[in-house]
Design a binder for this molecule. Structure first.
Ligand code: WT7
Length: 673
């Protein structure tokens, strides 16, 4: 690696701050490089040492690692520590209680309303998990059975997840923003025997009728010949002061069971089921490019090691830290960082069941001050929403406890990065931009606080044991600086083992595109320092006048205009250019669109990227279509600008009504070239 001062892609390199560096496990770039090389030169020895920190009932019966990434040699597989027996829940909770940390707080939970709070110690969490495990057993759930969880971000949802892990059942958490259709599809695909839900919840002032949605989904399941016998319903509304807008909640005695009643009579002792390291731990659905969701399957031993290790190093976690990840439990971020990685490291976390803008745009910063959060992890989409507000929402809180800030989910454009760094972190806290996917289990490219010099917008360098590289369209590896498809050359413990029910789709999605490599589906560029910059999904690329342009690159430029709060770029066919560039922008409060703004925006893009990237059309719109994780559904925007009648599956959209608004707004402007 050359000197980081010769950075080509940005004018700024931020060296680790002294305070973070002094404390860090890895406190210099050299120390990082040394440990990284150890991890890739002898991965078995490296992960063996880490595995020794966890509890195993017995040793692997075969090799510590076996795998095949080469289609020519046979089926694709990865196995770590096969034959070794363990229990993930035991490692997350029992182990700490036995070590004398039973009184440590595992979670401070806060609901939608700031005065709705709970906390739970490791000891109390263990009891709740055991009770719930006994409840599941009494309902006939055994090792290998699937349990669907459709619950808000609550301690109870985590109790259900871990009680599954305790008895060897496989959970599949379904994000509460999903519709009845999407829920039913996932219950059926997972062959779930049980559904656990809540009667309802609020997101801001909006009531979310979880139970009604679940009931509709169960009707669909029955019609599809997948009847469920039991639906456990947690009374989330019991402690809520807000009552407006709560309709009647359906209840059917033949299937619905009260969480409170079942838990009240359950024993709080339950022996863990000893599981093979390669036994499934959970399935998590993620959207596939064809529209049919993919059931990403993670196993017990490898995922545990990787989630815990990534948590410890990416956030430089120390026992006195207070961790707050704003991610929902329905996404891999919530699984790995609110639950598995965090508890494995004996962490105290803040668990938040609300939205960043309720009661007002200061909610995150208020939570940070009240709980003395040291490590705050969120998504660029949330930051961009908060950035539009008056700075006072941030500055009226001290944020003095913050040490580390993290970002995940999409490329963080330099404007947002700088706002997070300068305004939120007051230049004290490194921005840990973690690149990963549902399939990777935990981050695979990210800086380490205290060690990695940062460049705004770069995911930086690989995590332990990961050998990422870039390949061209023909699968030829690009050495040194360049841009191409981001792939990984070797197996790591947290890699998904298959797609539930379709190993063929797993192989064709992740291994067939570039034989010998795990294919991320993202494009990335590697700069002269060896830093990785994630450009975006390959399906988010557009080709205009022969220039391959990332929608993220255009969006990042659009975001530089002071009026722009959010932006999305998509393409439409164009007779001479191949594709024309259509941009949707959401303006910040108090701005109204006019031709001056339009020409300024175009000039920024021209300036940042070149004339080839200047938008053909810009639509100022009230909001962008987003899925529950906050990702913009560009596929939908693409269809809208192409005036396609059939828009595909839009059931995962948070706000369905936006579709018609966007259609109407674009209709007059769109020219078919
Ligand atoms: C896709 C995976 C990982 C948890 C949440 C998303 C994009 C994720 C970053 C990042 C640039 C990122 C990629 C990836 N992505 N993190 N730090 N920088 N892009 O999980 O739903 O499986 O999505 O999210 O495109 O492939 P997911």
């Amino acid at each position: 690696m050359k000197s980081l001062k010769t950075n080509l892609d940005s004018n700024a390199v931020y060296l680790p701050s002294d305070t973070v560096q002094k404390k860090a496990y890895i406190s210099s770039l050299d120390a990082y490089l040394k440990m990284y090389h150890t991890s890739i030169e002898d991965p078995i020895e490296f992960w063996k040492k880490i595995s020794a920190q966890f509890f195993w009932k017995s040793k692997p019966t075969g090799p510590f690692l076996s795998y095949n990434f080469d289609l020519k040699k046979g089926p694709i597989f990865t196995k770590w520590m096969e034959g070794a027996l363990t229990n993930v829940c035991y490692n997350l909770v029992d182990r700490h209680v036995q070590d004398g940390y039973g009184d440590k707080i595992a979670y401070y939970w806060e609901g939608n309303e700031p005065d709705e709070q709970k906390q739970i110690t490791y000891q109390a969490l263990l009891k709740e998990i055991c009770k719930c495990a006994n409840v599941l057993k009494a309902l006939g759930i055994a090792k290998g059975d699937r349990v669907a969880i459709y619950m808000p971000t609550t301690i109870e949802a985590i109790v259900v997840m871990l009680s599954c892990a305790r008895i060897g059942a496989i959970h599949t958490v379904i994000f509460t923003g999903f519709s009845a259709d999407a829920l039913a599809t996932r219950i059926i695909a997972a062959k779930a025997k049980l559904l656990v839900t809540a009667n309802g919840t609020f997101r801001g002032t909006k009531f979310i009728p979880l139970k009604s949605i679940a009931t509709q989904a169960l009707i669909q399941c029955k019609a599809a010949n997948h009847p469920l016998n039991d639906c456990i319903v947690f009374n989330r509304l019991q402690t809520m002061k807000r009552r407006e807008g709560i309709p009647d909640i359906p209840w059917d005695d033949s299937i619905d069971r009260s969480w409170e009643t079942l838990m009240a009579s359950a024993s709080d002792v339950c022996e863990p089921e000893w599981m093979d390291a390669e036994d499934p731990l959970f399935i998590l659905y993620t959207s596939g490019s064809t529209g049919k969701p993919k059931g990403v399957l993670h196993t017990s031993g490898g995922y545990l090691l990787y989630a815990a290790t990534a948590f410890k190093y990416a956030f430089d976690y120390h026992p006195e830290d207070l961790f707050f990840c704003s991610g929902d439990l329905g996404w891999i971020t919530g699984h790995t960082f609110n639950v598995y990685g965090a508890l494995a490291c004996k962490t105290t976390s803040v668990l938040f069941d609300g939205i960043p803008t309720y009661p007002d745009g200061g909610r995150f910063w208020d939570l940070i001050d009240r709980y003395k959060v040291t490590t705050f992890y969120t998504a660029p989409t949330a930051l961009r929403t908060l950035m539009q507000l008056e700075p006072i929402y941030v500055t009226k809180y001290s944020r003095a406890s913050l040490r580390i800030l993290g970002s995940v989910g999409e490329p963080i454009d330099p404007s947002t990065w700088n706002w997070f760094y300068e305004i939120v972190g007051e230049k004290r806290c490194p921005i840990i931009d973690t690149f990963w996917q549902t399939e990777t289990g935990a981050p695979i490219i990210c800086p380490l606080p205290g060690a990695t010099p940062l460049k705004p917008g770069a995911a930086t360098l690989p995590f332990w044991g990961i050998v990422p590289t870039i390949v061209n369209d023909n699968g030829v590896e690009i050495i040194g600086e360049g841009q191409g498809h981001l792939v990984v050359k070797n197996p790591w413990p947290g890699i998904a083992r298959t797609l539930d029910g379709s190993h063929e789709r797993f192989t064709s999605t992740y291994f067939a595109p570039y034989n010998g490599y795990y294919y991320t589906g993202d494009r990335a560029k590697r700069d002269a320092d060896g830093y990785f910059w994630i450009i975006g999904r390959t399906d988010d690329m557009l080709n205009s006048s022969g220039y391959l342009i990332s929608t993220a690159e255009i969006e990042s430029a659009l975001m530089q205009h002071p009026s722009v709060a959010e932006a999305a770029a998509v393409s439409a066919p164009h007779a001479t250019k191949g594709e024309s560039i259509h941009c949707f922008i959401v303006l910040k409060h108090k701005w109204s669109y006019n031709h001056i703004i339009e020409s300024e925006i175009k000039s920024i893009v021209r300036h940042k990227l070149g004339a080839f990237a200047v938008p053909d059309l810009i639509y100022p719109v009230p909001a962008l279509p987003k899925v529950g994780s906050g990702k913009i559904m560009r596929r939908l925007l693409r269809k809208i600008v192409r005036q396609e009648v059939y828009l595909g599956d839009t059931s995962t959209l948070v706000d369905q009504s936006i579709v018609n608004q966007l259609r109407a707004l674009t209709l007059n402007k769109v020219k078919i070239f």
